[in-house]
Design a protein around this ligand. Sequence first.
Ligand code: TMP
Length: 210
Amino acid sequence: MDKALFISIEGCDGSGKTTALNAVYQRLVSQGYDVVRSREPGGSAIAEQIRRVILDPANTAEDVRTEALLYAASRRQHLIEVVLPALKAGHTVLCDRFIDSSLAYQGFARGIGIDAVMQVNQFAIEGRMPDRTIYFDIDPAVGLRRLAGRSALDRLDQEKLAFHQKVHQGYAQIIAADPGRFIIIDAAPAPAAVAQAAYQAIAGLLEHHV
Ligand code: TMP
């Protein structure tokens, strides 16, 4: 078991998690915390190439199981190249999305099944679950309104409200099955307040971790 913490960041599209994570990361680094920030899908050269295939709006024919396998492949590559070496070197890893995204989006919202997607992902992660997960909770309708202000929407952002509502339900099921791993942040307030709540949660984990 690594001594360093592996923390994943999860939430529906438009939850503001990436903006909050950037602010938290800068603050932690400026305070001398030894943290590495990364993201999925992507986070390494090969995994970023897989990301482009998955999210290209032109890939309308992409089968849902192909999509699940590509996310798992991207996850594997990023885990091996970035996450595990960083943990081994003693850095805390803050990862913007990890396995719960696949369980909520592909397993629940796409209808493949959470257990089936978990199996595929176990092949990819060989049991390396995040130690803790920060979940940014947002009403999907609010999330989508936030996304509407963005210029480039990827293939999943372009899904309709019903899909994002299913993703939200999927997350609720996953959290209910493993409540001790999750810290839930209310992502509805203004960005600065959400970032402050996320900072308190993550700094709290780091302070109590020996
Ligand atoms: P991002 O917008 O947080 O960069 O994530 C890109 C999209 O990919 C987002 O809509 C969530 C989706 N996604 C999945 O569907 N399954 C996954 O396993 C991951 C990591 C992301």
